[in-house]
Design a protein around this ligand. Structure first.
Ligand code: ZN
Ligand code: ZN
Length: 305
């Protein structure tokens, strides 16, 4: 199966915490790499975990709070120093391009590659598509325009049933069209329907990256039955009032989004600096009481789906 995997580079929130870096995740599909948010220190984490930053094709920024993009200018100028030539796309909110362009200009940084900004409006929309993958924005409710992202594979072609192909002596030059859905007419004129010659491909895999947001139940139908849902869980139940006043979520709220969406697995992160390592067990218990298949994000953690 084509590798589809996520590595956590940072799972903290805005205030610095000793054990955690601010938000960043490295998503890999086959040999294609994407960076999701780029908090301070993201370059160092990629070095530490042996992840090639030069492979990154796209960077997806959720919003303009520093804990989600203050590592970006450093990474972009490193690419320049390393004489990167591959073009780079950055998806993000209005204002991001102006900030980065000003930083590049005033620091006299010259890039060796083409940088393209794709600015979204905070609505549900398809913002990228190619032969294999689609990416959607998921509008969130935070203190500044914010979108999460949904990554999904496109459905593969139908799979040939080998013994049928062999027993019917189907010519090689017809196999591609049968995989694409065509029927086969045998030498005797009999029509073999596609359903008898092929089987359905495996279900496309999907990953949703949701940070930062106040509890927003209406995102559940947009996310649907994702294989993995990352949802911010900045606070525990004891601080549920802070979650509301700062437009963040609790672990229990993240779990209830996962449950109502029908997600297969939930990953929680963006922990408040006030939550120490020992507090995370309770935070996890609050989430698993609603959605049992929940894991705590930890730096360096790799998840495959
Ligand atoms: Zn944040
Ligand atoms: Zn924020």
């Amino acid at each position: 199966m084509i590798p589809f995997e996520l590595t956590i580079l940072g799972c903290g929130s805005a205030s610095p915490a000793k054990e955690r870096n601010p938000t960043a995740q490295y998503l890999k599909w086959a040999d294609r790499c994407f960076l999701l948010d780029c908090g301070e220190g993201s370059q160092m984490r990629m070095l530490e975990y042996g992840l090639k930053s030069s492979r990154i094709e796209h960077i997806y920024i959720t919003h303009l709070h520093g804990d989600h993009f203050f590592g970006l200018i450093g990474l972009l100028t490193t690419f320049g120093m390393l004489k990167r030539t591959a073009p780079l796309k950055i998806f993000g909110p209005p204002g991001l391009a102006a900030i980065i362009e000003l930083q590049l200009e005033l620091t006299g940084s010259v890039l060796s590659y083409t940088l393209e900004f794709i600015t979204w409006e905070p609505v549900f929309a398809k913002i990228f598509e190619d032969e294999h993958l689609e990416v959607y924005t998921i509008p969130l409710s935070h203190r500044t325009p914010t979108c999460g992202y949904l990554f999904q594979e496109k459905p593969g072609q139908r799979k040939l049933i080998r013994h049928k192909v062999e027993s019917l002596n189907i010519p090689i030059n017809q196999l591609a069209s049968i995989k694409a859905g065509a029927d086969f007419i045998g030498g005797d004129g009999f029509c073999h329907s596609n359903a008898t010659l092929t089987e359905a491909p495996r279900a496309p895999r999907r990953f949703a990256f949701i940070t930062d947001t106040v509890y927003l139940p209406n995102i559940a139908p947009l996310i649907g039955d994702v294989d993995l849902l990352y949802h911010e869980s900045t606070f525990n139940n004891a601080n549920a009032d802070k979650a509301i006043s700062t437009f963040h979520s609790t672990a229990e709220q993240a779990a209830s989004i996962a449950a109502s969406a029908g997600a297969k697995r939930l990953l929680i992160g963006h922990f408040s600096a006030k939550l120490k390592k020992d507090d995370l067990g309770n935070l996890l218990a609050e989430a698993t009481s609603i959605f049992p298949n929940t894991v705590l994000a930890e730096e360096g953690m790799k998840l495959e789906f």
